[in-house]
Design a protein around this ligand. Structure first.
Ligand code: CP3
Length: 355
């Protein structure tokens, strides 16, 4: 078992800097596109054999140090009774947006063992095959609320921001319901075998620090506190969060994921040394010739400075135009450049402990 990623989450020394990439199983991979020619995204998520196969693609191909469950943040929304689809090159679209107190009542408590049976079956199957840790995930309460209230992707989430000021009681009811359901999802994923849990707060950057502290942070604290007894690291990833960095350790997360807009060393200083950090190479860099990729990846590693508690990742998901060969070169570069012990070749198959 290659436990380098889990050790880094807990800020323990590791033989090299672990690396995995958000959206590492996605449209940039020809094998993934071949499957998507036959199945919709949500079909792939709902068929455990296929979801497990897709999860394993980047692990086998690149030797990354962690796998992330192949699923989508709309799956739990559907389990709450929301009619939501994912439109290609656009994102989630909610048929009947949440705007009033009565709309919140429509969100039902989900029962993971029945409502999320394929997701949990995927996790159990993966744990039989994987030799790197498996990361489970869900959307953060705020990011799920963004899709529910706006009805789809939005440039500035004005409706969401308006709701939390106009009708704080409805906002709180919505966030409470989402938080309780996300806790159920997380607990079920961990009980099925997920060894870490990432909370994606993709739209947190839409809020002012005051609004974030009052309307979002308490629910993240509740989520992280509910997960703490399970003993798995919680990674909190927010994008556009430069103005929120000082608040993020208050979530109680073990690891803070950084997007590419903040220099990793300065961000870590603001977060303090009570958390590990994950990130944060700009995904667009992977469209450049490899010498530029290497230069910028080396800069991220230099800013981490070999301190325990850095997990190399991109600052957001792999772009569909990314050459898979560049990802292969990046993973090898991070492993070689950060190696503090000789890293046996067989480690890409996950056969060697890393400490
Ligand atoms: O990271 C991984 O490899 C695991 C799989 C994963 C997917 N979605 C599969 C997927 C994860 C972790 C997610 C989370 C997710 N889904 C987020 C949070 C992360 C982020 O990007 O901020 C969000 C916002 C969503 C909602 C969503 N689903 C969007 C915005 C899109 C893109 C729409 C598009 O076509 O560009 C999706 C679709 C989606 N989910 C794809 C994948 C691989 C795109 C490819 C496809 O349609 O098959």
């Amino acid at each position: 078992m290659n436990d380098c990623f889990l050790r880094a989450c807990h800020r323990q020394p590791t033989g090299w800097t672990p690396v995995w990439l958000m959206r590492q199983a996605g449209r940039y991979l020809p094998e993934y596109r071949a499957l998507r020619a036959r199945y919709s995204l949500l079909d792939l998520c709902r068929e455990p054999a296929l979801a497990a196969e897709v999860t394993l693609l980047p692990v086998r191909r690149f030797g990354v140090d962690a796998a992330i469950l192949f699923s989508d943040l709309v799956i739990p929304l559907q389990a709450m009774g929301v009619t939501v689809t994912v439109q290609e090159n656009y994102g989630p679209v909610v048929a009947d947006p949440v705007r009033r107190a009565a709309d919140v009542e429509r969100l039902r408590p989900l029962e993971p063992e029945t409502d999320l049976a394929p997701m949990l079956a995927t996790i159990r199957a993966l744990r039989r095959d994987l030799t790197v840790p498996l990361i489970g995930f869900a959307g953060a309460p705020f990011t799920l609320a963004c899709y529910l209230v706006e009805g789809g992707p939005s440039r500035d989430f004005a409706r969401v921001r308006a709701l939390l000021y106009q009708d704080a009681a409805t906002w709180r009811a919505l966030m409470e319901r989402l938080t309780e359901n996300i806790i159920r999802v997380a607990v079920a994923q961990v009980q099925a075998g997920a060894q870490a849990f990432q909370v994606f707060d993709s739209w947190a950057g839409a809020l002012s620090p005051t609004a974030y502290r009052e309307a979002v942070l308490p629910y993240l604290q509740r989520l992280c506190a509910a997960l703490r007894p399970l003993g798995v690291p919680v990674i909190y990833f927010a994008t556009g969060a430069a103005a929120l960095l000082d608040l993020l350790p208050e979530t109680g997360a073990t690891v803070i994921g950084l997007d590419w807009r903040v220099p990793l060393d300065q961000a870590w200083e603001r977060l303090g040394d009570g958390v590990a950090v994950q990130g944060n190479l700009d995904p667009a860099v992977l469209l450049a010739p490899f010498p530029e990729v290497a230069r910028q990846a080396a800069d991220v590693l230099a800013r981490a400075g070999g301190r325990p508690g850095h997990i190399f990742n991109l600052g957001h998901g792999v772009l569909p135009e990314t050459p898979p060969e560049t990802v292969a070169q990046l993973v090898a570069f991070v492993h070689q450049t950060s190696a503090r012990v000789a890293r046996p070749v067989c480690v890409s198959a996950g056969e060697t402990p890393c400490a």
